[in-house]
Ligand binder design. Sequence first.
Ligand SMILES: C[S@@+](CC[C@H](N)C(=O)[O-])C[C@H]1O[C@@H](n2cnc3c(N)ncnc32)[C@H](O)[C@@H]1O
Length: 238
Amino acid sequence: MLPNIRFEYGDVTTLNVDAEFDIVTAARTLQWIADPASAISKMRLATKSSGFLVVLDYNHSCNEWEPDPPSEFKFFYNAFLAWRQINGWDNEMANRLRDLFRSAGLTNVSASSQDEVVERGEPEFVAQAALWGEVIENVGGQFVRAGLITELQLEEGRECYTAWLKTTLRKQTLAMRAVTGWCHRLKRSMRSASRAPLLCAAAGTGAVARSPPRPAQKILRSCISTRTESDVGSPKCR
Ligand SMILES: C[S@@+](CC[C@H](N)C(=O)[O-])C[C@H]1O[C@@H](n2cnc3c(N)ncnc32)[C@H](O)[C@@H]1O
């Protein structure tokens, strides 16, 4: 635990804070926001000059399963994507982040692939792959009410997916990206820090001796990775 980091949480759509935080971050959250440009703009306003923004999110239309899932599950998954679209939630949120960061005036914007890949035999396989059963359970009724799927089709999707998960699914890839951007043009030494693993960048910022300790919002655990891919022009899903 780093002693001089303070975490605060806030509603990203109503954030009204002026240059108070060193790091402002949102993980798997902008996927639920119909106006992510406004959210990023508010997050930027909350960031101090020389602070940075980190956002991790999904590209739901790029998720993959091996082997190909049963058609009943695919039907459910297409209803999930359509339901998101109806609500104004971007199914390729992660792919939009870099442009949104740049439009909000952030600099040194860089993206890293953070796909969540889980394979049969790995300890977290059952829990991670069970995600879709939870989605059916928690929000499936909304797909039915929106006329995207019938109760029967939803139940078939759940049953087929559960059975397929137990016996057949080998690998699930949830397509994700993390994007960082700085609040102003940085000095050379700070620019190289942005290419380091994100925990180091966060720790480096927090380690600077200041009194009182500099506050930050929260650290994005999913981004603590050595896998950085600065500003690559990646194809749509990879
Ligand atoms: C899929 S969960 C991700 C939770 C956690 N950040 C993580 O990465 O595991 C989506 C989160 O978005 C949050 N959320 C939804 N709308 C929000 C908003 N307007 N402002 C802030 N958080 C919001 C929900 O409370 C929920 O915790």
